[in-house]
Design a protein around this ligand. Structure first.
Ligand code: NAP
Length: 303
């Protein structure tokens, strides 16, 4: 791997592919070994409201990964028209259930419900999506003991796996969502990177993307980032998951019909390293979620 890196940085003939499946499998192996010796397996509760195809596919991935590593998943479903009070009651039951170590609300949820209000009901000790104000505050203040949203953690883990340092690097993040962009900004700052954040109101995007050592893109626009946005020696992390129209999500998740926010083919010979879609950040997100579950488990049994 190190030899590959040298090859790419010094000759720049072709990009190093930051393979999230390989990194995910290494995390899976560690989690599996940790969970083997436990009497009570770690358990994640997933609350799903409605029946979106994309949510169904993401939940299926989480269940599959849990099976591989020996964790349990309780999948709780509510009808699209559920009342807030019924969801809150269920969250409180899960908060008080000692055999449940992590709780997530699969987002997005129907519009009549306020996602911030519901997420805030999850006990911070079980908030493995890292979205409660307690966990966000810990991230803001760069303190240990909280949970970081899984995709942001997955991005950092992927870079760490390939031994790509963050400290002192210029990192541009395109996208400022609460789930991906903003937590990624904070994680990078906490790792001593110099961070530029871009969004739909950014003027001269190319200027901000081209000057970065590491470019992270999370905008939800298929193949939006092209040759004009990048320069040689850059590391590109493509977070986007965009479906080719006419395909079912299930097929897309399982197969190769997804495209990222980056035009992979157009830039792969220009940059130093790039994460593919599928097979880059996606697998890392699932693995990172269960790393959070493992940490929640440890904290709860030790408290
Ligand atoms: P989101 O909530 O829709 O946010 C999109 C962000 O991109 C916003 O901040 C928006 O700016 C910005 N943006 C949109 N168009 C832009 C443009 N032309 N130039 C610059 N910025 C632009 O999306 P998200 O939840 O962060 O997800 C982003 C992508 O990542 C999606 O494809 C999603 O499916 C994918 N995703 C992948 C994973 C994974 O595990 N790989 C996990 C989560 C999400 P404004 O704030 O100005 O509107």
């Amino acid at each position: 791997m190190i030899a590959d890196l040298k090859f790419n940085f010094y000759t720049n003939l072709m990009a190093l592919i930051l393979d999230g499946k390989i990194a995910r499998d290494s995390i899976a192996e560690k989690l599996k070994n940790t969970f083997l010796g436990l009497g009570v397996p770690p358990q994640l509760a997933i609350i799903q409201i409605g029946n979106r195809d994309d949510s169904n596919a993401y939940i299926a991935q989480k269940k599959k990964f849990a099976e591989v590593i020996g964790a349990k998943v309780e999948h709780i479903t509510f009808d699209e028209s559920v009342r807030k009070e019924d969801v809150v009651r269920r969250i409180e039951e899960l908060n008080n259930n000692a055999s449940v170590h992590g709780i997530i609300i699969q987002l997005p949820i129907p519009q009549h419900l306020d996602e911030y209000e519901l997420v805030e009901k999850v006990s911070p000790q079980k908030d493995v999506d890292g979205l409660t104000s307690t966990n966000l505050k810990l991230l803001w203040s760069n303190k240990q003991g909280g949970f970081v949203p899984a995709t942001a953690r997955g991005i950092v883990s992927l870079l760490d796996y390939y031994k790509l340092p963050l400290a002192g690097k210029r990192i541009t993040i395109v996208g400022r969502s609460i789930l991906v962009g903003k937590p990624a900004v904070l994680m990078m700052l906490n790792r001593d990177a110099t961070v530029t954040v871009c969004h739909s109101g950014t003027c001269n995007l190319e200027e901000d993307t081209r000057h970065a050592d590491i470019l992270i893109v999370a905008i939800g626009k298929p193949k939006f980032i092209g040759k004009e946005h990048v320069s040689s020696k850059q590391i590109i992390i493509d977070v986007g998951i965009n479906l080719v129209s006419g395909q079912s999500l299930e097929e897309e998740i399982e197969g190769t019909q997804l495209v990222g926010d980056v035009d992979f083919d157009a830039i792969k010979d220009v940059v130093s390293a790039i994460s593919p879609v599928p097979g880059g950040v996606g697998p890392m997100t699932v693995a990172s979620l269960f790393e959070n579950v493992a940490e929640a488990y440890t904290m709860q049994i030790n408290s």
